[in-house]
Structures are given as structure tokens and as C-alpha cells.
Design a protein around this ligand. Structure first.
Ligand SMILES: [Zn+2]
Length: 198
């Protein structure tokens, strides 16, 4: 049994979203059918707006509705440090833990030779240009501590070496509140390498 075409079409479109199966999509459509008109128009408008109004900041490549973004124009932030992250969502995580301190550079990916993603596919060239232009003194590389993230961090380190700036990498180790018994050997190894004097 099929529903009327407009319902089928919306169900079909919703199932393209991650984590939404046909059952959930159908439930959402019937919920929408029973809500006020003002909600569905507001929802459709906000869907259109994310494509029309959201773009990348021309300085840091963060997603933004104003260019340069609010972080790049925030004068309270340290202008000599850039924190490099893989994605805008990673920036949000760093920012929520350290609000108002750093400015960022979003790579939009990591080097992954297996998937054919080389240095030119992520925004490393733009990072180097920006460091020279803005006379940056330190770059914190906050890519994930996995193979691709480490490869990318290493590559950035090599590319930036001639600039004679401080290049740091976020430490990886035992999570706060974690238990050493449950930590994998590679993390233990990294924790020991990154140990600090008490
Ligand atoms: Zn920006």
C-alpha cells in the first residue's frame, strides 16, 4: 500500500538522511501533517537557508553566515596562535572547552592516500599563506590521533618548518576520569611519551 504521492516523496527524501529509516520517516511525515502550517513553513525556510546563507569563512574556512566569521573578527582572541582542526564540528568541540581563546583553521578533511585525498584536497596551502600573511607565532595541530590525522599533522609540520614558528600537536593519552585498565596499549604508549613533570 502506498500513501499519496506528496507523502511518499517526503518519506523518500527523509530516508536519505543519516539514521532515518522508512518507519521513522513516515512517523515524521505524519507528525508534520498534523502540525500547524507555520511550523512547516518555518522548517522549509530554515532548510533552504542553510544552503543559501551558510558559506565558508574566507580566512579560516569555518562555516559561517558572515564573512569573515565571528571568531576571526573577535578581537579578544590571541592573534598569534592558530589551532588547526579537521572539521568545523571539531572546532566547536575545542571551542566549547576553551571558549574565546584561539582562532582556528579548518582543513575540511585529512590526508588519506587510500581514498585518494592528498595535501591539495585539504586546505594546507591556505594555512601556510595565512601564517605568513598574519605573522602567526604558533600553530597547534589538533587533528585526530589516528593514522590519517597523524599523517596530516606530520605533513603540516614539514610544510611549516621553514617558517620558523612554534608547531605543537595536541597530546593524546588516558581520558580524564578514565581507568588505566581499560586503555589500549597505543594510548598508554602515547601517554608515556607525552608525560609531564609533576
Ligand atoms: Zn573565520
Amino acid at each position: 500500500m502506498y500513501y499519496p504521492e506528496p507523502i511518499e516523496r517526503l518519506v523518500e527524501n527523509l530516508t536519505r538522511l543519516p539514521g532515518i529509516g522508512r518507519k521513522t520517516a513516515t512517523r515524521l511525515v505524519f507528525f508534520l501533517l498534523n502540525t500547524k502550517d507555520s511550523y512547516t513553513s518555518e522548517l522549509s525556510k530554515s532548510l533552504l537557508d542553510i544552503k543559501e546563507k551558510i558559506r565558508l569563512c574566507s580566512v579560516c574556512f569555518n562555516i559561517t553566515d558572515v564573512d569573515p566569521c565571528r571568531i576571526c573578527t573577535d578581537e579578544r582572541r590571541d592573534t598569534s596562535i592558530i589551532c588547526v582542526v579537521e572539521e568545523s564540528s571539531h572546532m566547536m568541540v575545542v571551542e566549547s572547552a576553551n571558549p574565546g581563546i584561539y582562532r582556528y583553521h579548518i582543513l575540511h578533511g585529512v590526508i588519506n592516500p587510500i581514498e585518494g585525498i592528498g595535501p591539495d584536497e585539504v586546505r594546507i596551502k591556505e594555512l601556510k599563506e595565512r601564517i605568513v600573511r598574519e605573522r602567526i607565532g604558533e600553530v597547534i595541530i589538533a587533528t585526530n590521533p589516528n593514522i590519517e590525522g597523524n599523517t596530516t599533522a606530520h605533513y603540516i609540520g614539514e610544510i611549516l618548518k621553514p617558517l620558523d614558528i612554534r608547531i605543537t600537536r595536541i597530546a593524546s593519552g588516558i581520558p580524564i576520569g578514565g581507568d588505566i585498565v581499560y586503555v589500549d596499549p597505543l594510548t598508554i604508549k602515547s601517554s608515556l611519551e607525552n608525560r609531564k613533570t609533576l
